[in-house]
Ligand binder design. Structure first.
Ligand SMILES: [Zn+2]
Length: 157
């Protein structure tokens, strides 16, 4: 099986609806033509997320199962990952799972945009933050003032 396909299907251990490809942390998958050894390059997400060790192990395990037993996983810190790297497909999956996707950190002009966090259930922008930390450190807990449901919001970075 194509190692790129195998690695792209590895899911994030904290946000299980997203693959590492959806998250945008998968930089490259290359095969050394001489040795056949697979080299995977990833960029970590939020610092302090303990998920990266799990992701590294999951990548190696998935590749070993697909016939690439001695894969190497490299970490590249620059450029730093940002929530802007989450794919459109990934944002749609987050919303379906009831997690408000992060707002874009790109301003696009001189005036910074303040984007409301929309409720993933009813779409209302009438929301408020309850806690800076949700079910994991990467998420904040929010509540919708329209439907009164609490929801996780993936913090923008
Ligand atoms: Zn709502």
């Amino acid at each position: 099986m194509n190692p790129r396909v195998v690695v792209a299907a590895v899911v994030d251990p904290e946000i299980r609806v997203l693959t590492i490809d959806d998250l945008g942390i998968l930089r490259s998958v290359e095969e050394d033509p001489a040795t056949g050894r697979v080299v995977v390059t990833i960029t970590p997400t939020y610092t302090g997320c303990p998920a990266m060790d799990v992701i590294r192990a999951d990548i190696r395990r998935a590749l070993a199962a697909a016939g690439h037993p001695d894969a190497e996983v490299r970490t590249v810190l620059m450029p730093a990952w940002s929530t802007d790297w989450i794919s459109e497909a990934g944002r749609a999956k987050l919303a379906t799972a009831g997690i408000a996707p992060p707002a874009s950190t790109r301003t696009g002009g001189a005036v910074p945009l303040t984007l409301a966090v929309r409720c993933p259930r009813c779409g209302s922008p009438e929301t408020e933050q309850i806690s800076r930390f949700g079910s994991t450190a990467c998420k904040a807990l929010w509540r919708c003032r329209s439907c009164r449901e609490p929801f996780d919001h993936l913090k923008a970075l």
